[in-house]
Design a protein around this ligand. Structure first.
Ligand code: ZN
Length: 139
């Protein structure tokens, strides 16, 4: 299973995907997506930055449905959400649902890998998306 952005998340089929973030050893600031520069919070040198895996779970803070995209090859509509991860940072990510009609602020969401297109060699590619976490029914 090839990942479209292998440096950004794990793709072990036996585990839920986790996000490959970075953490500053000097101040504890955690950020995603990762970058190779110094800490944007305290200015510590790049050598103070270490990898940190984040659980792909969090809460929706905002969402928007995109109906028109400048690239005509990009299917629309699609939904982008601002998600406060349980492990710290707030990120923006694509949702599996095409519109945010059934998405509410405060909804629990989780990361999933979805098959998208194929690469030039015909290998299926996966990308990271978020979906609403199914509610656990009380028994
Ligand atoms: Zn720092």
């Amino acid at each position: 299973m090839a990942s479209a952005r292998p440096q950004l998340y794990t793709t072990d089929a036996a585990q839920p995907p986790r996000l490959c973030a970075k953490r500053c050893r000097a101040c504890g600031y955690t950020f995603f997506p990762p970058h190779a520069y110094s800490c944007e919070s305290c200015g510590a040198a790049a050598g103070q930055i270490e990898p940190r895996l984040l659980a792909g779970s969090g809460v929706v803070q905002a969402s928007a449905t995109v109906h028109v995209h400048h690239d005509p090859n990009t299917p629309t509509p699609f939904t982008v959400a601002s998600i406060s991860l349980d492990d710290g940072p707030t990120i923006r990510a694509l949702m599996t649902c095409p519109t945010d009609a059934k998405l509410s602020l405060g909804d629990r969401v989780r990361a999933v890998l979805v098959s998208t297109d194929s690469d030039a060699d015909g290998n299926a590619r996966t990308e990271l998306r978020f979906e609403k976490t199914p509610k656990v029914e009380a028994t």
